[in-house]
Design a binder for this molecule. Sequence first.
Ligand code: C2G
Length: 131
Amino acid sequence: MRVITFGTFDVFHVGHLRILERARELGDCLSVGVSTDTMNFAKKNRYPVYDQQERVQIIRALRCVDEVFLEESMELKRHYIEIHQADILVMGDDWAGKFDEFSDICRVVYLPRTPSVSTTAIIEKIRIPKS
Ligand code: C2G
């Protein structure tokens, strides 16, 4: 079974690791689409802290990950699922229901997010207060 998932994975943390490990356990090959800096800017109006090459390098180094590619656009999801011949699409449940349209070509699974950890919270925690 081939599994695919997508994400930004900025300031990599244990919530990211846990979803990738659980996704990999659903099959025997995990492909990960890492969103580009441009795609993030278009969506959130800010660039990630780590640039796309750094984010790709980190994801590629993980034992639970078999393939990594850049996700250029949300609109290309069907194309990515098809070219990676994915049987299962995994996303965190913050995306619940959002990708059900792909259930005609693969199983769509939303896994519970790891509580109490997020890139935004980490950035807030380490931000040095301006005096
Ligand atoms: N995640 C999680 N637990 C957390 C934080 C994140 O399980 N505490 C999961 C998210 O649900 C997501 C994955 O980790 O499935 C990546 O999260 P983000 O880096 O925030 O990626 P996102 O911006 O949601 O992806 O096509 C989708 C895009 O690439 C956007």
